[in-house]
Design a protein around this ligand. Structure first.
Ligand code: MG
Length: 455
């Protein structure tokens, strides 16, 4: 048994605490041993520590005999697209995505552009634990090359999936908030090329994230909402730190949870592709299966986690997947979440439908949502889950990821142990305005009591 280093989205840690130069060199050598003297593309986000991490990983990959193609500072989906389209054996992305500034992380990408599977992560963890590195003699050390076309390649790829002329005709005004992250390197330029009037805020690259937290939750986007209204924009767009996620604000300044915008994208997609499959994480709104039913589509539910969605999209041949947090997977482009692709799909929808976003959202099945969390030690989570199930034995429950309890036909609450933090996350939804809030309160109390008794 080796220690687990990879979490739900690669290796994450605080710089110079968990992620020390020595650790980075060692894990880099383990990754290098896995990739075996092949062509690897490496890139990073704009965090203060990203160059440090990239240098250590690059050094180890070269020492292991891999040739390293340095794509510089770019979004994660730009690296993923370059890996699959340019035939690299793999990629390493240095990013902590939406985590706070002290963190950094490493995502290992396979030849298909998707984060490697768990069994590959286990292999890398084993090489690391056994220090089974494959350092090469002097005449087999790898070479480093610049790779400068990632952003251009990615932009051209996105453009192939939409109708630029139609979008240009709509003359949309857009306010973009990349949150001082790498989304600023692609989305504003692409949207300008699409004929939009583009405004930006928090658009200087800054690893201290002075504008807002790197996670674009609707609650953190008050600045974007204000800015959208101030300039009279049709749309506000926010990315997370590495721009694989996208959250939208309508022309009235209202920010939507990611599963609401995903519902709109699903409706558009199924209008063009009736009967198709859609992959959705278990915490997504019921609006999505409602929309699928309307178009004769089929929902494939997955556990929460971007890699699980990507792998399910590939295995089932689905063309669209989505998460509650603003991740959208549009497989005709690439089967990974891609914030710039998601933003472009939204522009296509606005141009095609010719209505403001607030109207389009109002036409979707109406659900009220409420969310919450309850602290719970990791070692108690299993026990608490089984207690919850026993208590709810007279209600309809589903257990794909945590416990989803159906209070009534159109009201449910999901209680899910977080994979990254010592908390239970609660998501409730109902057609009745107060019901979701009531459910969260009721189950926060129940959960607190169960956790207290279990501890
Ligand atoms: Mg991210």
């Amino acid at each position: 048994m080796s220690t687990r280093l990879f979490g739900t989205n690669g290796i994450r840690g605080v710089i110079n605490q968990e992620l020390t130069p020595q650790f980075l060199l060692d894990i880099g050598m383990a990754i290098g041993a896995h990739f075996k003297q092949s062509e690897i593309i490496v890139a990073c986000d704009a965090r203060t520590s990203s160059q440090m991490v990239k240098s250590a990983i690059t050094s180890s990959l070269l020492a292991s005999g891999c040739n390293v193609h340095d794509a510089g500072t770019i979004p994660t989906p730009s690296l993923q697209y370059a890996v699959s389209r340019r035939g690299f054996a793999g990629g390493v992305m240095i990013t902590a995505s939406h985590n706070p500034a002290p963190f950094n992380g490493i995502k290992v990408i396979g030849p298909d552009g998707v984060e490697v599977e768990r069994k590959t992560e286990e292999k890398i963890e084993r090489i690391y634990a056994e220090r089974n590195f494959q350092l090469k003699p002097w005449n087999q050390v790898g070479e480093e090359f610049p790779f400068t076309e990632a952003l251009e390649l990615h932009k051209r790829g996105v453009l192939k999936q939409i109708e630029p002329k139609r979008i240009a005709k709509a003359k949309l005004k857009v306010m973009i908030d990349p949150g001082n992250g790498v989304g600023t390197l692609i989305t504003p330029y692409l949207l300008r090329d699409l004929g939009c009037k583009v405004y930006t805020m928090n658009s200087d690259l800054d690893g201290t994230f002075p504008g807002r937290q790197p996670e674009p939750t609707p609650e953190a986007l008050a600045g974007l909402s204000k800015a959208v209204k101030a300039v009279g924009a049709d749309l506000g767009i926010a990315h997370d730190g590495d721009a694989d996620r996208c959250i939208f604000v309508d022309e009235k300044g209202e920010a939507y949870y990611g599963d609401k915008s995903f519902a709109l994208i699903a409706d558009w997609f199924l209008t063009h592709n009736p009967g198709e499959k859609i992959v959705a994480t278990f915490n997504c709104s019921k609006a999505i299966p409602d929309i699928a039913a309307k178009h004769g589509g089929k929902i494939i539910w997955t556990k929460v986690g971007a890699i699980t969605v990507s792998r399910t999209v590939i295995e089932t041949g689905a063309k669209l997947g989505g998460e509650e947090n603003g991740g959208v997977f549009y497989a005709p482009h690439q089967p990974v979440r891609d914030g710039t692709m998601t933003a472009s799909l939204m522009l296509q929808i606005l141009a095609e439908r010719g209505k403001p976003l607030s109207k389009l959202m109002a036409e979707l099945p109406r659900y009220y949502v409420n969310k919450g969390k309850v602290p719970c030690k990791n070692e108690l989570k299993e026990k608490v889950l089984s207690k919850l199930l026993i208590q709810a034995s007279n209600l309809k429950t589903e257990t794909l990821d945590g416990v989803k309890i159906w209070a009534e036909k159109d009201s449910w609450i999901l209680l899910r142990p977080s994979g990254t933090e010592p908390v239970f996350r609660l998501y409730a939804e109902s057609t009745q305005p107060k019901k979701a809030e009531q459910l969260v309160h009721e189950y926060q109390d129940k959960l607190t009591k169960i956790i207290h008794d279990a501890g």
